[in-house]
Design a protein around this ligand. Structure first.
Ligand SMILES: Cc1cc2nc3c(=O)[nH]c(=O)nc-3n(C[C@H](O)[C@H](O)[C@H](O)COP(=O)(O)OP(=O)(O)OC[C@H]3O[C@@H](n4cnc5c(N)ncnc54)[C@H](O)[C@@H]3O)c2cc1C
Length: 582
């Protein structure tokens, strides 16, 4: 059964000895530092040199972020294993999201390098990791946000076969000190002209990914954009010399590299939200159970009971979905790219569920959640950032809905894939760096989602199943018109309904694997029936929704089956977390 992470009694039973040691040392680092100093450094925006030094001494980034093929003699066991990296995401976020962020952007920066065919840079990277180096990912630009087609960073070809890089990047974590900053841009003509949107969308031949280093002439780190412990840089390259040795990829390959690196990064975000929620959960339950109002503990109020049960169920669901998605990532291949749907769901849905959980807990902890000696005050801010990183939740939702026809077996028929078990071995996840073309999403087929749903004959699971079938029927018989399809607001709400179908499937698949009891499953689905009804109501009220679609929306609104005894049993489990941590 899935439990909340508890630093005092962590469950690392699914890890090998070396990985366990890394996680225990990391917990010790933070416990020794202590929450007071962690918060003090956070408030004073102190760059986390101590953490960087710690990971260097213990070779942590080197061990976790070097594919085995590039492991060096001094750290021969290094390999990239998404399973154990989940734990590191969770632990660092549990103690302080800024510590997680420097690791996260290192993952992003390493993505294009390990995907590249540039062996020189790959070998230098393995050495830099061993030397304690961190990495950066230079994709975003100040004026262009999520619109990568409009990137203006450019390489201008020179007579001697080299290039001069010119342009600037914005929001780039670690950009002031990264061993390599993987930078995305376009190759210009010799006069410095580049392709602009919409040509750059159709003709991707000019894209390029290259590495730059902050110590080399022409790399100008302008400023930290944030008032934060993190250094989120604006940097400019001014006639910065690039040779073929610094180029990671060109053309379509460079474009795919950008999207594929973000695919790797997206997944980590869910675990960061989980770690944040877990720590906030402990603070909320400790506070509420010890606070006496009108002669009663706050935990005795009926609405507080509901908030806690909802927060706990949503949090466990976040873990179930993220763990299951990891299995699909680790078994992915060119013939099975289902992870391309599950991944943006982690990014978009798990992180926004994190926001829901923190809101629920904030309603419980109330004013205490703003106090400067709590983890909670930071959680309030940091939890909101995760849905905005690696493309906003909206951009990811726009991606998710592309899979709707095939997921429902409407576009292409369901596929009979071999069963994907729980994957917790210590194999290298080499496919992550060989994902291939980011195109042809429409060709990805899915297994029949009914398989997971039909394994459970439980009242609330059955209700969500009915809601999904009505939604599916609406998609077939009252298909959105081309005009509705152009309205992103309309598409996003449909995406929310669709996402719940996939989310439920992943929960049920993992509930079986982790032998979760029916009480928990039913209580989790209680939340999602309410969510489904809410999104159906929203869709009903949209100006563009037509009469036929409105009829379907009304049919989608349903009430979960109440079971007071089940609720009380779950509540008892939830309240047993009182005093566990710190
Ligand atoms: C703390 C922090 C750290 C970051 N670190 C890095 C980093 O290390 N490297 C890096 O490259 N970037 C980094 N980023 C940038 C991050 O990836 C961008 O914030 C993200 O891509 C969105 O860009 P934007 O915030 O400028 O929003 P915009 O792109 O300007 O979006 C504005 C609005 O339009 C919507 N929108 C835009 N396009 C679409 C679409 N196609 N469909 C639907 N809605 C759309 C958005 O959802 C949003 O609501 C970081 C950002 C932050 C806040």
């Amino acid at each position: 059964m899935i439990k909340l992470f508890n630093p005092k009694n962590p469950d690392f039973s699914e890890l090998d000895e070396k990985s366990k040691e890394i996680m225990l040392k990391t917990i010790k680092f933070f416990e020794d530092k202590g929450i007071e100093k962690i918060l003090e450094d956070d408030f004073s925006c102190v760059w986390y040199e101590d953490f960087i030094e710690f990971q260097k001494k213990e070779k942590i980034f080197s061990s976790l972020l070097t594919p085995s093929e590039y492991a060096l003699e001094k750290n021969p066991d290094a390999h990239w294993d998404t399973n154990r990296n989940c734990y590191f995401n969770e632990i660092t976020s549990f103690y302080g999201p800024p510590y997680w962020y420097t690791w996260q952007v290192s993952i992003l920066g390493l993505g294009p390098i390990w995907m590249s065919k540039n062996e020189i840079i790959k070998k230098r990277t393995a050495q830099a990791l061993l030397d304690g180096g961190i990495f950066a990912f230079g994709l975003s630009e100040k004026e262009h946000g999520a619109d990568l087609y409009s990137s203006e960073m450019k390489l201008i070809p020179q007579e001697d076969g080299t290039y001069r890089a010119n342009g600037s990047k914005y929001y780039i974590g670690n950009g002031q000190t990264a061993a390599f900053t993987s930078t995305f841009g376009k190759i210009a003509d010799k006069d410095g002209n580049i392709l602009h949107y919409p040509e750059s969308r159709k003709v991707k031949s000019s894209y390029v990914f290259f590495v730059a280093n902050y110590e080399i002439k022409g790399y100008d780190c302008i400023k930290n954009i944030l008032q934060n412990q993190n250094y989120v840089a604006e940097y400019a390259l001014k006639d910065y010399k690039i040779t073929e040795d610094e180029i990671l990829a060109k053309g379509q390959e460079a474009w795919d590299m950008a999207l594929n690196a973000v695919n790797v990064g997206k997944y980590q975000l869910g675990w960061s939200s989980i770690g944040i929620c877990e720590h906030a959960f402990y603070e909320a339950i400790n506070h509420a159970s010890n606070r006496i109002l009108y002669n009663h503990a706050v935990t005795e109020f009926s609405h507080i009971k509901q908030f806690f049960v909802d927060a706990y169920c949503r949090l466990i669901a976040m873990k179930l979905v993220s763990l299951r998605s990891k299995d699909y990532i680790r078994t992915a291949s060119q013939n099975d790219r289902r992870y391309l749907l599950y991944n943006p769901i982690i990014k978009m849905k798990v992180t926004t569920e994190g926001v829901v959980v923190i809101n629920l807990l904030h309603d419980i902890i109330a004013a205490k959640g703003y106090e400067k000696d709590t983890y909670f005050q930071g959680a309030l801010t940091y939890i909101g950032a995760n849905p905005k990183l690696e493309g906003t939740a909206h951009v990811n939702m726009a991606l998710i809905v592309k899979f709707l026809p095939n997921y429902f077996g409407i576009g292409v028929p369901f596929e009979k894939y071999p069963h994907v078990p729980k994957i917790i071995d210590d194999c290298d996840d080499s496919f992550l760096f060989d994902q291939g073309s980011a195109q042809d999403l429409g060709k990805i087929s899915f297994h029949d989602y009914h398989i997971a749903y039909n394994k459970y004959d439980l009242p609330n699971v059955n209700i969500l199943k009915e809601q999904i079938e009505v939604f599916k029927e609406m998609c077939i018989k009252a298909t959105p018109t081309p005009e509705q399809g152009q309205d992103i607001d309309f598409v996003l709400i449909n995406g929310e309904l669709f996402t719940l179908a996939v989310y439920g499937q992943l929960i049920l698949e993992n509930a079986e694997i982790y032998e979760e009891d029916d009480d928990l499953i039913e209580q989790i689905f209680d939340c999602f029936i309410r969510d489904f009804s809410l999104f159906a109501t929203k869709l009903y009220t949209k100006p563009m929704t037509n009469e036929k679609q409105m009829e379907y929306c009304l049919k989608m609104i349903k009430k979960p089956v109440q079971d007071t005894e089940r609720f009380e049993r779950i509540l008892k489990k939830v309240y047993a977390h009182k005093g566990i941590y710190p």
